[in-house]
Design a protein around this ligand. Sequence first.
Ligand code: GMT
Length: 375
Amino acid sequence: MNIAIVCYPTFGGSGVVATELGIALAKLDHQVHFITYKQPVRLGLLNPNIHFHEVSVPEYALFHYQPYELALSSKLVNTIKKYKIDLLHVHYAIPHAYAGYMAKKMLAEEGIDIPMVTTLHGTDITLVGNHPFYKPAVTFSINQSDIVTSVSQSLKDDTLRLFDIKKEINVVPNFIDVSQQKTSFTDCQRELMAKPDERIITHISNFRPVKRIPDVIDVFYNIQDAMPAKLLMVGEGPERKEAEKKCRELGIKEKVIFLGNSNEIDKILCFSDLFLLPSEKESFGLAALEAMVNRVPVISSNTGGIPEVNAQGISGYLSEVGDINEMSKNAIRILENDTTLEMFKQNAFLEAEKFDVNAIVPRYIALYEEVLAIF
Ligand code: GMT
């Protein structure tokens, strides 16, 4: 198949999933065309089946807001025609499904019919898309998609509750390439980050309020009170400055390392003992799955789709959002004993294996084939 993928090229989960999907499809000998405003961060272009088309939006002084949707839909029309694309897969409804719909309409004028698959990722539904400013356009473009998928049952339920959706929503969970983890890292270089007796706790996110960064620090505060420990904070975002201030105020700044955005997530997770994800909302929690496949147990909130990924008492523990005490107790319970920690590490990996790329990507391909059969 000749597939066009539209996504955000940044460190966010939706862009990562779209990129990994494209890479997996390319390995299966499909031609994959990424169409976005920058080369996706996790995309190496070394595969001959992968192509990248940049959407440029020329600055024009009259425009207070530069019209990205317009540039994207035009780029879609041109690319789909030039490369004879069979199918369009847009990740994150805003504004990609909207731009995709416009491209479909323009192409139809020229006698070209192309199916559009829209994957809902989370904040496009629960946080942003749900706002009255966007809701009619988001509802419309989901309903106009030929196939709709969501990354968890919880996100499907939220979508049906928040929007008037007429289309069937197919749940296709996010995935991970387990074989990469088995073969990639044998030398963790743990000693670069912590002393041998210290536990390493990690948090990775875009540091937005929804991630509840202060909870990460509070839970870590209790952990380091009980045992020697370091906290690695990976990512960039609006909450980072406040988080650094809080660490200084609590007197734990020497024990917390802010690493910024990283392309070496696997290396960091390789020497981590515990992952913290106390989010307010999380449609899936790809970061938790990435931790688990690296044998890192997860202490998380029980919100959204996280319970579909982190198995209570097996790969970690889940608590009510904001329950710092319970999260801290559970974290210490996992970390205070080597045997318990080892058991949770093994179980985290076994749970992650359920989301292997080889199990999940065929479900997308089946949906592609289903829709192409009627086009
Ligand atoms: O985590 C974020 O806030 C980024 C956001 C995105 O769209 O990139 O992540 C969402 O999509 C991910 C991939 O499907 C999910 O794993 C995250 O749970 C989801 N985030 C939220 O729902 C807050």
